[in-house]
Write a protein that binds this ligand. Sequence first.
Ligand code: SF4
Length: 462
Amino acid sequence: MCGIFGISGHEEAARLAYFGLYALQHRGQESAGIATWADGEIHSHVGMGLVPDVFTEEVLVHLPGDVSVGHVRYSTTGRPEPRNAQPLTVRMRGGMQLSLAHNGNLTNAAELRAELEDAGAIFQTTSDSEIFLHLISHCLKDMSLEEAILSACDRVEGAYCLMIQAGGKLIAVRDPHGFHPLVMGRLGDAWVFASESCAFDLLEAERLRGVRPGEMVVIEHGALEYRSFALRKSAPVRQCIFELVYFARPDSVIFGEDVYQCRKRMGLELVKEAPADVDCVIPFPDSGVYASLGVAQGAGVPYEHALIRNHYVGRTFIQPSQSMRQFSVRVKINPVHSMIEGKRLFVVDDSIVRGTTVRTRVAKLRDMGAKEVHFRVSCPPIRHGCFYGIDFPSTRELVAVQHGPEELAALLGLDSLHYLSLEGLKRSVSCPDQYCTACFDGCYPTPLPAVQDKYSLEYARK
Ligand code: SF4
């Protein structure tokens, strides 16, 4: 749950990173940072909060140079605090400055950190991303920067997309499984990288292709060509299917998939699997909107906006406490009475995590006189945690672990509840064998971390 951005060869590198991060803000709202390179020095600014809160005109003016790396963060390892804000910028052996931005979660972070600390390393952050810096630094004695990064990648396991800049070079890396997306493009003669292609649209950059799973792309300062290296570890491609279900913006193209069309196909599959006699389809805004379009098309009934969202309230399942979460659900959505009273409804959302949101909203629909509520979810029940960077709550808090679909339907007062099957979800994407589906089926593509806690790096030592 982070967004990364990089650009090389544009004199407004900081400003373009600012806009790129703006487009990626949905991937992380806790902190933001940009590091640029000019006259042999890295200039960096990071802070807590949203991109426009962290960066003012005055701050951007003090980030000169034509190379930049940017990051927006939502913490999955390491607490949300200033020292963990990225890009992380350090001075390595020989005085080389390096900035690194990471999206993903390492599954062997606790072991690597313990090993490095036992060898004398002093960590400045509690984030797993810093492990890369130590591993790279150790190798720089005998190797080039590129070889040192490849060696660091030999040691780590799990999910990582990296944007690194050092000495004017810009380097993009994607782990062998390719868990999270990283796309590359061009803006005139400049090279651009971003977690999602929606950042390119804002900059009017051309999307070239995705950085491939297990690929490292190196842009020399001022180069018109890139160099591509293969990471030495190979692994089956296992891209995060939940990026397509929920996390990525619908106007992005990631993993070679048009996210909007994918979600619509999920809706079409849903209605094939579980039709019902209804008057109209309504989405839970905004997450259910795109699957709802497919449900409406497949069912041949009108699509209506009967729940109106207040856009100035944050995403529900990342609120810190249960009481605040329930409040935010109420404050977030207001129903349109005429579209609900006496109606038989297909209600669609992309997922059910804790169940708090659906409970409150279905109760509201019932209060307002909905005749029938048939709830459709465009992914299978989430029954397992994620160790690769998507922040689900602990397994015991997942509502699908506590209740089967029929039991949950009865508890929520639904006339029917259907989750899209795993087969239906896979039919909605073009390369079904190349996806991680572990949060649905428990088939993890990597060994699991020894300490399975959100802030494992801190707890591992206690
Ligand atoms: S476990 Fe789920 S959320 Fe995590 S990477 Fe796999 S598909 Fe994505």
